[in-house]
Design a binder for this molecule. Structure first.
Ligand SMILES: Cc1cc2nc3c(=O)[nH]c(=O)nc-3n(C[C@H](O)[C@H](O)[C@H](O)COP(=O)(O)OP(=O)(O)OC[C@H]3O[C@@H](n4cnc5c(N)ncnc54)[C@H](O)[C@@H]3O)c2cc1C
Length: 432
């Protein structure tokens, strides 16, 4: 006999586990299916989590979750082959409850979150790939797994299967394959270093952490950026580059990562460390333009599978969006099942929840940022201009100093026409 659940969630990433936990807490019979041997095993992230979205799900999560460090320093670095210009914000305020953000290790964090769902009553099935959906009378009615006799029925299926969600496509929610310009490819390395060295190099104490994002000439004009985050005993270092831009430039992402690591100002952070992990993963990049239809008869899509990643040039966030959308899908399912109506009309409440939350609002606010950040001058001319201005600002060569405005005008004008600078500045002002 085919087993029946109220809801099946595909993917025990953050979106899937948050959905499963929400629904199990409300008494639904939930099955959470993960293709990896353990939740978190196949997940890649830079690692900065804005955890506030967990507050109502696991009220004491700050003391229970496997956290690496609490971020007290956020920075943007502009890198050239000879220099690093760092804009940094540092505050002890972020080191006190309720905290602002932390670094996490996905293998630990995802496993822990899935266990919370299990403890609340969800059935976690690992090592099982969902290959297809079961349809009946125009409704999604369950899933087909790769196991022999592996069909499972449910009143609702939540697709939380990550960026390239084949299930969202099979459900008819996404019409086309993902296009290269819609996604980024992220490559991440983890470097092991003694805790004292990490604290000394980044100016940290105890389990304080720092998170830096970088752009610069190392990208060879390719649309993307790099990151360097501190964990307890390791550093997470990597790049995320747009796949379409990468194809046009005909370069390998690994070459760009090598270039980034090779910059003397970056090298010194990882010097003496041991490379202990290397991973790569795709990530949604263009926000609102790639968000599919979010619901249908008996089906919803959450997290990266729904394209819910937002960057505004200063932060790169997907994990809090995954958690929040998983929760929203979970609440919608609870309501629908209790009312005995799982039609698209009933599940449309999920879209309203998304639109009213920070997810929908931020997707709308930053809908053009992807295009602004795609400007190749941000990765070639402007880092060089910033380097020259900074040099002139801090250099003393015995000559009288020009005024800042004169300095900026003469350096900028040599590399980029002034009208172009004003236009780029206007775009940044308008959209970021
Ligand atoms: C290099 C990189 C750096 C990033 N840095 C950050 C950061 O610092 N902060 C941040 O907030 N976000 C960051 N992100 C984005 C963030 O990682 C994602 O937004 C987040 O992981 C999305 O979670 P999710 O649960 O939706 O999807 P995922 O984490 O991708 O989980 C999907 C799960 O579904 C499983 N699955 C897939 N298909 C099937 C199937 N058919 N059957 C069964 N199981 C299946 C997968 O194994 C996986 O466990 C980064 C991403 C990358 C790639």
């Amino acid at each position: 006999m085919v087993k029946h659940f109220d809801v099946i969630v595909v993917g025990a990433g953050l979106a899937g586990s948050a959905a499963a936990l929400t629904m199990s807490r409300s008494g639904l019979n939930v099955c959470l299916i993960e293709r990896a041997t353990a939740p978190g095993e196949k997940n890649v992230t830079g690692g900065v989590l804005y955890g506030k979205v967990l507050d109502d799900l696991i009220p004491d999560w700050q003391n229970k979750a496997p956290i690496e460090r609490w971020i007290v320093k956020n920075g943007i670095g502009i890198v050239t082959s000879k220099s690093l210009t760092l804009f940094q914000f540092e505050t002890e305020d972020f080191y006190n409850p309720p905290y602002n953000s932390c670094t996490i290790n996905r293998a630990n964090f995802d496993l822990w979150l899935a266990q919370q769902a299990e403890e609340a009553g969800a059935t976690l099935v690992t090592n099982t790939l969902v290959e297809d959906l079961i349809f009946k009378d125009g409704y999604v009615k369950g899933v087909k797994t790769q196991r022999p006799d592996g069909e499972l029925e449910a009143d609702i299926v939540i697709c939380a299967d990550g960026v390239n969600s084949l299930l969202a496509q099979k459900a008819g929610l996404r019409q086309k394959d993902i296009a290269p310009h819609e996604v980024g490819i992220g490559i991440k390395e983890v470097w092991l270093l003694p805790i004292e060295k990490i604290n000394e190099r980044f100016g940290l104490e105890d389990n304080q952490g720092s998170a830096y994002e970088f752009i610069g000439t190392f990208l060879n004009g390719v649309h993307g950026g790099a990151f360097l985050y501190t964990n307890k005993k390791t550093l997470s270092l990597g790049i995320v580059v747009n796949l379409g831009s990468l194809q046009k430039a005909a370069v390998q992402p690994s070459m760009l990562l090598e270039e980034f690591k090779g910059q003397p100002q970056i090298q010194k952070f990882i010097e003496g460390g041991t490379l202990v992990e290397y991973s790569a993963h795709m990530v949604p990049e263009i926000g609102l333009e790639m968000v599919p239809k979010l619901y249908g008869n008996g089906v919803m899509v959450a997290g990266d599978a729904a394209g819910f990643v937002v960057t505004n040039g200063f932060t790169f966030e997907g994990m809090n969006y995954a958690l929040a959308s998983g929760k929203a899908a979970g609440h919608t399912a609870v309501h629908a099942i209790k009312n005995g109506d799982v039609s698209a009309k009933a599940l449309a409440a999920y879209k309203d929840k998304i639109n009213e939350s920070f997810i929908g609002k931020n997707l709308e606010t930053y809908r053009k940022v992807y295009h602004v950040l795609g400007n190749p001058r941000l990765r070639k001319e402007y880092p060089q201009i910033i380097e020259e201005i900074a040099k002139d600002l801090f250099l003393f060569d015995g000559k009288p100093r020009p005024k800042l405005a004169k300095m900026v005008k003469s350096i900028t004008g040599k590399k980029v026409a002034m009208w172009q600078v004003i236009r780029d500045g206007f775009d940044i002002w308008r959209y970021m």
